[in-house]
Design a protein around this ligand. Sequence first.
Ligand code: BEZ
Length: 251
Amino acid sequence: MKWNAELYDDKHSFVSQYGESVLELLDIKPGEQILDLGCGTGHLANEIKKHGAEVTAIDASPEMIEKAEKEFPDVNFSVADGANFHINKAFDAVFSNAALHWMHKADDVIKCVYENLKPGGRFVAEMGGKGNMEYMIAATKQVLTKHGYKNLGERKLWYFPSLGEYTSKLEARGFRVTYAIHFDRPTLLQDGRLGVTKWLNMFGDTYFEGIKGGEMQEILSEITDLLEPHYNRDGQWFSDYKRLRFVAIKE
Ligand code: BEZ
C-alpha cells in the first residue's frame, strides 16, 4: 500500500502518542542497540535515540522513510521488508508499535526478529489484536457487499491475532514470553463523524480500489451511519481498537 506520510503525521499522530507507553515497556538503557520495526515517520525511533540508545529503524514504505529521514536526519532509517530483513548488528531489543498487523507473514517476521537479536535480547511490541476494529471492518464489508463489491469487502487488509496465537508463534520460534496483554483501547477519531472517512482514507483505501467519486461518498456515508450507534458517544466518536502487547525474550 502507498502511504500518505504527511496526512499520517497531521491527522493520525495518536499512533505515535499511544506508542510512547510502549516505550516504557521497552525500558531503554543508554548505549543499547535497538531496532524499530515498522517505524513509519520515525517519531518513536527518534524518542528511542533521545533515551541514549543507538537506533536503526526500518519500514516497508519508501514514502514513510523519506519523510522520517527529512525530519530526523540523525537516525539511521532504511526501507526493508519486516518479513525478510537482515541487519549486520546484534540488537539488544526490537521494538514495534502499530506495525505488526500489516505484516501478514507473522512466522517470517518473528524468525527475522529472532535472528537479529542477541541471546537474551527482547522483542517488545504493540499491534492490533483479535477483534481490533471489528465494527469498522464489518460495516465496510456490509456496505461494499450491498453495492456489489463483495470481493473488495472480503479483503483481509490486516492480521489481528489473538494473544494465544501470537504468543504461541513466539514460543515456537524460541522466545520466552514474559508479558502479554490483550486489551480494549477505544480511540478517539478526530473530527467526529468525519473521522470514519478520514480513518478509512488513511488506512483502508485498499477496500475501495476502483470505486469512484459519488458512489464512494455514498459508501462512506453508509458505513458511518452503521458505525454511529457503536462509535458516537455524545458527539465524540471512538473507534474499537483492541491492542495486543507483549515482551518476549530470546532464550
Ligand atoms: C491499529 O493500529 O490497530 C491499526 C492501524 C491501522 C489499520 C488497522 C489497524
